[in-house]
Design a protein around this ligand. Structure first.
Ligand SMILES: *[C@@H]1O[C@H](CO)[C@@H](O)[C@H](O)[C@H]1NC(C)=O
Ligand SMILES: *[C@@H]1O[C@H](CO)[C@@H](O)[C@H](O)[C@H]1NC(C)=O
Ligand SMILES: *[C@@H]1O[C@H](CO)[C@@H](O)[C@H](O)[C@H]1NC(C)=O
Length: 370
């Protein structure tokens, strides 16, 4: 795959085309399309995704050209939605709005902390998925990650098959940044560009690029060494090591810590950089998630902020964490009821070789916010 060809692409589609604050995460809707990406109708399928607004023009170009990677991009979309909702399950904002893609609400459009998290997570998932697909031999243009030059330790050798993070990073940069990165190659003197800056749109573009970059770095930095012993009856005559990535769950968890430490910034057009709104003890780094729009507390439904409120959300009356009724219900109180849930019970071993169970009804206590 030759990534340098990106510079030959038409550069004006952003200005004339559709650009809102959530352009870079619209592709998270890809898994909603009932498309079998393995078939050979590249142009048709990529165009369908474009019409659905799951892909922007640049991504459509990517899709046609690097069609082989599309099934992995699609599963990245699905995995990002799942990981985000799992990570935020016990928070007031629970990431369920990611399912609105490609027509996001304001919680994921205005440049909020939540959007910063999702941008980073989605970019990270692409790198992760592609790097693993390479190692598994599913893609033609990559395979095992490169082996480092220095041996891992004495008596150890590099071997096995490491995840190809560098290829994952290339694909990730290309696919996830493409809706935005052309902007920055255009001359700043363009009148249209100035108008876009005024409308705050390019600020959000730059913000997305930063947060996506942060997500990708998180994956690259998570690459760790694994070793295995080989030899007769447990003797460790040969030891091979390779580098692989932790499960996405761990990366989404690490990004969640960055989410909590995210920094509110303003774009300074004269220095072309983001400046923190409030003085900080330590300056933001490339690992800091940035946002420009304050989030509401997500306690009450409010369309202006894309907040769905926490009415009827599950909560825990006895815990003290974010899932506690006190925090989740924002002081409105909660209600409880008993509910029947099916559980497996009375399991019996039948010789030979199966287990038979019944389904029993169990009463459970459910607590929800008023
Ligand atoms: C996609 O497929 C699912 C399950 O096969 C089906 O329920 C759904 O209606 C389909 N959606 C569209 C847009 O065709
Ligand atoms: C997430 O929050 C929304 C809005 O409060 C709610 O409708 C939805 O059921 C929640 N999802 C989960 C999995 O709890
Ligand atoms: C509620 O929180 C308590 C204390 O943390 C915990 O022991 C209990 O299992 C939780 N209940 C539910 C339904 O999650």
């Amino acid at each position: 795959m030759n990534f340098s060809c990106v510079t030959f692409m038409p550069m004006l589609w952003i200005i004339t085309g559709f650009l809102d604050g959530s352009t870079a995460i619209k592709w998270l809707s890809l898994h909603k399309l009932n498309i079998s990406w393995s078939s050979g109708y590249n142009y048709y399928l990529c165009h369908q995704a474009f019409k659905f607004r799951a892909l922007d023009k640049g991504q459509k170009y990517y899709c046609k050209r690097y069609f082989e990677t599309m099934p992995y991009i699609v599963s990245s979309a699905k995995d990002t939605s799942t990981a985000c909702q799992r990570q935020f399950f016990y928070q007031r904002w629970n990431c369920s709005s990611v399912e609105k893609a490609p027509n996001y609400r304001n919680d994921l459009k205005l440049g909020t902390r939540e959007q910063a998290y999702l941008s980073a997570l989605s970019a990270a998932t692409v790198v992760h998925t592609i790097a693993k697909a390479c190692a598994a031999g599913f893609l033609q243009n990559c395979n095992c990650g490169p082996m480092p030059n220095e041996p891992p330790a004495t008596d150890f050798k590099w071997g096995g098959c490491g995840d190809d993070v560098s290829y994952g990073m290339k694909v990730g940069r290309f696919f996830t940044d493409i809706p935005y990165n052309q902007n920055f190659q255009l001359s700043r003197s363009s009148k249209q560009l100035k108008q876009l800056w005024k409308k705050n749109r390019l600020t959000r573009a730059a913000l997305s690029l930063h947060n996506q970059h942060t997500g990708r770095r998180m994956v690259a930095d998570s690459l760790t060494r694994h070793c295995k012993c080989h030899g007769v009856s447990g003797s460790c005559q040969i030891r091979t090591c390779w580098k692989s990535l932790p499960p996405m769950k761990e990366i989404s968890h690490r990004l969640f810590r960055n989410y909590k430490r995210a920094v509110e910034v303003r774009y300074q057009s004269n220095s072309a950089s983001f400046e923190p709104l409030f003085p900080l003890i330590s300056a933001p780094t490339s690992d800091t998630l940035l946002y420009t729009a304050k989030s509401p507390d997500y306690c009450n439904a409010d369309d202006r902020f894309g907040s769905m409120g926490t009415k009827n959300r599950l909560c825990n009356a006895t815990s003290s964490g974010p899932e506690s009724c006190k925090t989740m219900c924002c002081g409105r109180g909660h209600y409880s009821y008993m509910m029947h849930v099916p559980v497996t019970c009375n399991c019996k071993y039948i010789w030979c070789c199966r287990v038979e169970c019944n389904t029993c009804q169990q009463w459970v206590h459910v607590t929800r916010c008023k």
